[in-house]
Write a protein that binds this ligand. Structure first.
Ligand code: F6P
Length: 319
């Protein structure tokens, strides 16, 4: 293993930069050269490679986004694009590739592994939707960012006796909504994993009002409905004063939490270790507080289930 390359792909996530730094310095400390691939799989296809040095990854640990930039790359799914990427990997004499990203990026990594490339994948997405691992890089930061915003919304909602509907990301995974809801004492949490019954929501909000609770917070996953649309429906069916908020990309930026930074260090070091020991074709994760890895093709299996227990607990607390 003389040269390792690293790329970030899909939606950026806080902690990606800390992970790039950890990978680069772990590899350099073993005498391995490091190449950064720009803009994810697009950069593999176009041969956009930069040398990463200890200095070029300095002062990035605390920053959000990704210094390598990222993209979603439909061209990589074509035979022509894929073959171009393979040719560039060979040409640059890349012995091992580390992919940091979410499920789409993992599918690309799996295809490269099948084509004989030594690949290791690191879960980097705010969605926490790779279910072989307890956590993905960026999730903790996104949850904490949204919690701060909900605190602000609560102040003004309370001042006006309003209902606030707050739409969060997470794709088809309700983990962001659930954790934000639990941490902010939300009155109702709407996630893809639990069938949404609007009448139950209206009844809960009206009951809250009867109980003298005039400000309620509803946390809504982006794939179940839009905040604007739901706020209109609530107002129409309850007569309450409702305001929508789409948190959008604010939740994806910002300085990573200590947990995300520490996880980035562990994941980055582990990825280099796996490549050096000849154990490629693996996806790194964390399970019961231990860093571990599973074969890439097993990374799509649904081993961690939605935390229904926490969901039910939150329901019992909102009255
Ligand atoms: O996968 C990360 C994510 O932020 C999802 O939560 C969200 O659905 C999507 O990306 C948004 O994508 P884009 O940044 O391309 O609008």
């Amino acid at each position: 293993m003389k040269t390792i390359a690293v790329l970030t792909s899909g939606g950026d996530a806080p902690g990606m930069n800390a992970c790039i730094r950890a990978i680069t310095r772990s590899a350099l400390s073993k005498g391995i050269k490091v190449i950064g691939v720009k803009r994810g799989y697009s950069g593999l296809i176009d041969g956009e490679f930069v040398a990463l040095t200890s200095r070029s990854v300095g002062n990035i640990l605390h920053t959000g986004g990704t210094i390598l930039k990222t993209s979603r790359c439909p061209e990589f799914l074509t035979k022509e694009g894929f073959n171009k990427a393979l040719a560039n990997i060979k040409k640059a004499k890349i012995d091992g590739l580390i992919v940091i990203g979410g499920d789409g990026s993992y599918r690309g990594a799996l295809e490269l592994a099948k084509a004989g490339v030594n690949v290791v994948a690191i879960p980097g997405t705010i969605d926490n939707d790779l279910h072989y691992t307890d956590y993905t890089l960026g999730f903790d930061t996104a949850v904490n960012t949204i919690v701060q915003l909900v605190n602000n919304v609560r102040d003004t909602s309370l001042a006006h006796d309003r209902i606030s509907v707050i739409e969060v990301m997470g794709a088809y995974c309700g983990d962001i909504a659930l954790n934000v809801g639990a941490a902010t004492g939300a009155d109702y949490i709407i996630v893809p994993e639990v069938k949404f019954e609007p009448k139950k929501l209206y009844d809960r909000l009206l009951q809250n009002t009867k109980n003298g609770k005039l400000c309620s917070i509803v946390i809504l996953n982006e794939k179940v409905a839009g905040a604007g649309e739901l706020a209109t429906m609530i107002a129409k069916n309850t007569g309450l004063d409702v305001r929508p908020l789409v948190v959008a990309h604010i939740q994806r930026g910002g300085t990573p939490t200590a947990d995300d930074r520490i996880m980035a260090v562990k994941f980055g070091a582990k990825a280099v270790e796996l490549l050096v020991s000849g154990n490629s074709g693996q996806a790194i994760g964390i399970y019961a507080d231990k860093v571990m890895s599973v074969p890439l093709d097993k990374a799509f299996e649904n081993t961690r289930k939605f935390d229904m227990e926490l969901y039910k607990m939150t329901q019992n607390l909102s009255f």
